[in-house]
Write a protein that binds this ligand. Structure first.
Ligand code: F6R
Length: 252
């Protein structure tokens, strides 16, 4: 298996968003019914805006979100189903019937397996957009999550709850449990774009790309994926010592 981890160090998040949007646009041009994996949170926001600017026809794209809060009111604006609909489905013109978040069809014990099945029935994720937590999480796979973990009900770490408190009125309101795709589920995506911006992500990016592959840093499992593109700004790249932008990335 050839490993092609392409590192792109971009000037700012807007440039990172354009680069990722260009990749998505190219993938959709090849396959209009692309299966796109979408992340929520602040990081991918410039990707969605850059895609909106391109005014593409994305009506056949199928999308799967990474995760969903569990202990949150059905009408809460920060429920990821609502976030995906507000920030991705509507502005990008996706067909809401083709967009799924874990927990859409129930939040019972069978929900994780049903989500896995839905992804499999779609033929798997073609292109996954990923952010990274300061503690190295991907989706809500917190430190300790195994590289072969599957979609499951999990608990958020206190660090992640504090980081996400900015989206809520208080820390107390931040949910404690979630349904998340597993690391193993994510690794099955055919290609992955990992984005990180800002100095607060520097340590996590360095551990993920240059550290040992360990469950303590769930994102480090990406080192074993054959097709990962990493898009970071200079501050998120500032602690990297071994990874250099690949030739192809430098030309971009
Ligand atoms: C969101 C998700 C998380 C975020 C991560 C970074 O669906 O899966 O892993 O990508 O917490 O969040 P931001 O981008 O807000 O810094």
């Amino acid at each position: 298996m050839t490993r092609t981890l392409a590192l792109h160090v971009v000037q700012d998040r807007r440039a990172g968003g354009s680069l990722a949007a260009e990749r998505i646009a190219a993938a959709v041009a090849q396959r209009p019914d692309l299966v796109l994996g979408v992340a929520t949170g602040s990081t991918p926001e410039p990707v969605w805006s850059a895609l909106v600017e391109r005014a593409l026809d994305l009506s056949r794209v199928r999308a799967f979100a990474l995760d969903e809060y569990l202990d949150i009111a059905a009408d809460h604006p920060e429920r990821y189903a609502a976030v995906v609909e507000r920030e991705i489905t509507r502005p990008l013109g996706l067909d809401p019937r083709l967009v799924r978040t874990p927990g859409d069809d129930g939040r019972d014990e069978g929900a994780p397996q049903r989500y896995e099945r839905a992804i499999a029935e779609a033929g798997g994720v073609d292109l996954q957009v990923l952010g990274i937590g300061r503690n190295g999480h991907i989706a809500f796979n917190e430190p300790g999550s195994a590289a072969d973990s599957r979609t499951r009900i999990a608990r958020l770490s206190e660090e992640t709850r504090r980081d996400n408190a900015r989206f809520f009125r208080s820390l107390d309101e931040v949910p404690r449990s979630c349904i998340t795709q597993g690391v193993g589920t994510i690794l099955e995506a055919r290609s992955i774009i990992l984005l990180a911006f800002g100095p607060s992500k520097a340590a996590a990016i360095t551990a993920a790309l240059e550290g040992p592959v360990t469950a303590n840093v769930p994102a480090s499992a990406l080192q074993r994926h054959p097709d990962v593109t990493v898009v970071v700004d200079e501050s998120a790249a500032s602690a990297l010592r071994q990874c250099r932008p690949s030739a192809a990335a430098e030309r971009a």
